[in-house]
Design a protein around this ligand. Sequence first.
Ligand code: CP3
Length: 344
Amino acid sequence: MSSLFLSTLAGHKSDRPPFWFMRQAGRYLPEYRALRKKANGFLNLCLNSSLASQVTLQPMTRFEPDAAILFSDILIVPYGLGMAVDFIEGRGPVLDALRDSLDIKRLNPEHCKARIEATYETVRLCRSQLSRDKALIGFAGSPWTVATYMIEGGASKNYSKVKSWAYRDDQSFNTLIKIVTKATIDHLIAQIDHGADAVKLFDSWAGVLSPSQFEKWVIKPTREIVDSINLKHPTVKIIGFPKGAGHQYIDYVNKTGVHAVAIDTSVNLSWAAKVLDKKVVIQGNMDPISLLVGGESMINQASSIITNMKERPHVFNLGHGVLPETPPENVEILAKYLRNLGGG
Ligand code: CP3
């Protein structure tokens, strides 16, 4: 296998861990901000294959990580399902929130793939421009996290709307989860069909659920997505990211069937290396604030992560996305350090 990232995901250990950074393309890069100005809004940037592929490749030129991640957003699926999705400067995403089961009926799953079809052309363009030693990661949000945005209508402090809907009316919430699960499976398979080498499921709000709800809304739909992808693409690896899951990372790894798991910053990596099933590859988990601060403390943190993971296949990454205030020079320094491990 020619890609270090893919051979690590397949369980092989090498002399340096492959690396990439969550949100490696984005507002902290001046070249991103320049292209963002050209597009009429963030969603248009995501759905313009030429611009979105350029944005995907920007960090590849600057930092030479081992993988590119498709430039898009997890909220492209609710958009595909027919919801109005907007990204407002300083406020984040805003959606016309679902209020009741009638609103769920108004979703339009049949047209989802067609509405977001430009994404697949972006994948094709990126794969055709990347060399074989660089992997291309496709992604989607997990049904639970996507449903939180669909019901809360945007960022939320306590997730009371989505959680009370799930507690109050298990049946209609399950209908919504099923629609999003099916759309997510189709979306990920289409990305793989167009050239994505691996896929990642972002479950950013997995950590807000009680254990029984975690089983129902995080583990079960994730298992279904993993099984469906395995059936169609048995060699493609799936990375799960149940951010904030704490000790439930163990259950997540044991029950969902993901091939790799992204560990968030709050988790002790040596604990994870000890308790998580050895068949699963670990990715993570440097604090994005450490990257923002840079200097000696950044390199010390990176080095200690690598030491903690020396017994297992490991993909070096952050525990969450690069922050917009991060100096790109810090990322350059860290990338150089990581590339030169194991003799360069
Ligand atoms: O990682 C990458 O480089 C690939 C692109 C990517 C984006 N969003 C681009 C983006 C990925 C993988 C995502 C995932 C995503 N989107 C998640 C899961 C990961 C996480 O951060 O927990 C979530 C929860 C979202 C939803 C979302 N999109 C929010 C909450 C926001 C606003 C907050 C913010 O960071 O601006 C977005 C907008 C967004 N998605 C931007 C980017 C580059 C900024 C948009 C801009 O240019 O204004």
